[in-house]
Design a protein around this ligand. Structure first.
Ligand code: BG6
Length: 484
């Protein structure tokens, strides 16, 4: 269904995220007929571009990102594209920009801040000074919001001087991924899982977001961030919330966000004494990845660094539902596969009626694959078919969404989320208190790491991180999931 005509202003319009994700996402929605051609997409950055030269850049970006770039739609799409050069730190050009935007109060305007968070405050102030925050204006804040609780508070306070909370959309694109939303359907649309979804029946949960890519040209940003701030504080904690939250009363934005917040506030703090046992930091050194040899993180950066490119954490949620259930979280760059998954392992049956000859009984496992090949796999124990007596076998009920529904490609998370902003639906966006609760848990871990002065443990690019990550989970008698 088409959404109402809108203006989308992308600050950081020539940047990596805009070019690789946001602009191709808008093109896909346009091709699907969801975007009214009276909408405008306006790239803003400090560099000089004409509308035409920016359109050329957009065209090239779309050609790289999609096979449809040669379609008849591309010219109509490019007509919607504009460019304005602006600097959040200078007055120059803002008056003209405000005129260009116009003052129709009932027109949806989305200001997407795809820039370093250090200039969010300046940009919001200028938008406010020129009354661009009025009517149906919305602001989208890319993660990470700050680098700790106090810097996040400062940014949120500055944004709040100009935009109300209801106009503020803090994006976490993992919430736009198909499987993450499917988790809502799976948990709350089936009678099967919910009665078992607790400490009585679930032994442990694993959340892995593994990437094969290195940090490459993003090293400038990444070195000040590291895997904890880049992935755990936001994407992985949001996944954990979707797995662990209580059933919300409805899908109303605050019903869902209230439940997620309760999970974040129930996370057990990890103290400086516990951190060496329940957390692992790693950094990749040179190795083999993506079919060739690749440099180590510090070689890419060109200087020594203690920033982590891998984190594994044993987290716990201190509430009735989850008491004693470990949530093992793991993410890293330059791992052997691009793989994101949530694995829920159920407890063993209480008593085996099968003799030793039947083979070992395995525990049920539910694997939610976020990427690649989005889908759901439920591992069951069955009898090995045919003669040979009662021998047990562990097999998956395996559903790939693409295969099951015969669709070519699932929409990218940004496609759904940007249109949700236009529709004014913040269900899949983080509320301020969620961001704060997430930092509140992450800060003491970051502080403990900084205070210890220990360097991250090196791992060879193309391997599953430092061996300490394996030890972290094996100490508890479990192993990282390997059946993909
Ligand atoms: C971004 C991180 O938020 O998510 C990147 O900043 C990371 O470092 C990316 O590569 C992963 O997203 P996806 O959708 O490719 O799994």
């Amino acid at each position: 269904q088409q959404v109402e005509a809108f203006d989308l202003v992308i600050f950081g319009g020539t940047g990596d995220l805009s070019v690789r994700k946001l602009l191709p996402a808008m093109f896909h929605r346009f091709v699907d007929g969801q975007i009214d051609k009276h909408s405008r997409i306006i790239g803003v950055a400090r560099s000089e571009h004409s509308d035409d030269s920016f359109r050329k850049l957009v065209h090239e970006a779309i050609a790289k990102a999609t096979k449809d770039a040669a379609s008849k739609d591309i010219n109509a799409f490019l007509k919607m594209i504009h460019y304005r050069a602006l600097d959040g730190g200078k007055d120059e050009g803002w008056e003209e920009f405000a005129q260009f935007m116009g003052q129709e109060a009932d027109h949806v305007r989305v200001f997407y801040l795809s820039t370093s968070p250090s200039i969010f405050s300046d940009l919001c102030k200028r938008l406010g000074d020129h009354k661009l925050n009025e009517g149906k204006a919305r602001v989208v804040l890319e993660k990470p919001i700050g680098t700790d609780l106090s810097s996040a508070n400062k940014i949120n306070d500055d944004v709040a001087k100009v935009f109300q909370e209801s106009q503020t959309y803090r994006i976490d694109h993992y919430l736009g991924k198909e499987t993450v939303q499917n988790l809502l359907a799976l948990r709350f649309g089936n009678a099967l899982f919910e009665p078992l979804w607790n400490a009585e029946h679930i032994e442990h949960v694993q959340i892995t977001v593994a990437e094969t890519v290195g940090v490459g040209h993003r090293a400038g940003y990444y070195d000040g961030s590291g895997a904890m701030r880049d992935m755990i504080q936001n994407h992985i904690l949001q996944l954990l919330c979707m797995v662990a939250m209580e059933p919300p009363a409805s899908l109303a934005p605050d019903a869902v966000r209230d439940e997620k917040l309760k999970v974040l506030r129930s996370l057990k703090p990890i103290t400086a004494t516990e951190a060496p046992h329940t957390t692992v930091r790693g950094q990749y050194r040179a190795g083999a990845s993506e079919g060739g040899s690749v440099p180590g993180y510090q070689d890419e950066l060109g200087r020594p660094s203690n920033t982590e490119t891998f984190v594994a954490i044993k987290a716990e949620i201190g509430n009735w539902r989850w008491a004693g259930v470990p949530f093992y979280l793991r993410t890293g760059k330059r791992l052997p596969e691009r793989l994101s998954e949530i694995v829920v392992t159920f407890k063993a049956v209480p008593h085996s009626i099968f003799g030793a000859d039947a083979g070992a009984l395995a525990q049920n496992r539910l694997v939610l694959r976020l990427q690649p090949d989005e889908g759901v796999k439920l591992w069951l124990t069955i009898k090995n078919p045919g003669p040979g007596g009662l021998k047990l076998r562990h097999v998956p009920l395996d559903m790939s969404f693409l295969e099951a529904f015969g669709i070519g490609q699932l929409p990218d998370a940004y496609e759904r989320l940007i249109l949700d902003v236009v529709r004014g639906n913040p269900t899949l966006f983080m509320r301020r208190d969620e961001v704060e609760a997430a930092w509140n848990w992450a800060d003491p871990i970051l502080d403990a790491w900084a205070a210890s002065g220990d360097a991250p443990k090196l791992y060879t690019a193309g391997t599953w991180g430092p061996s300490a990550s394996v030890a972290l989970i094996e100490r508890d008698g479990h192993t990282w999931n390997e059946d993909n």
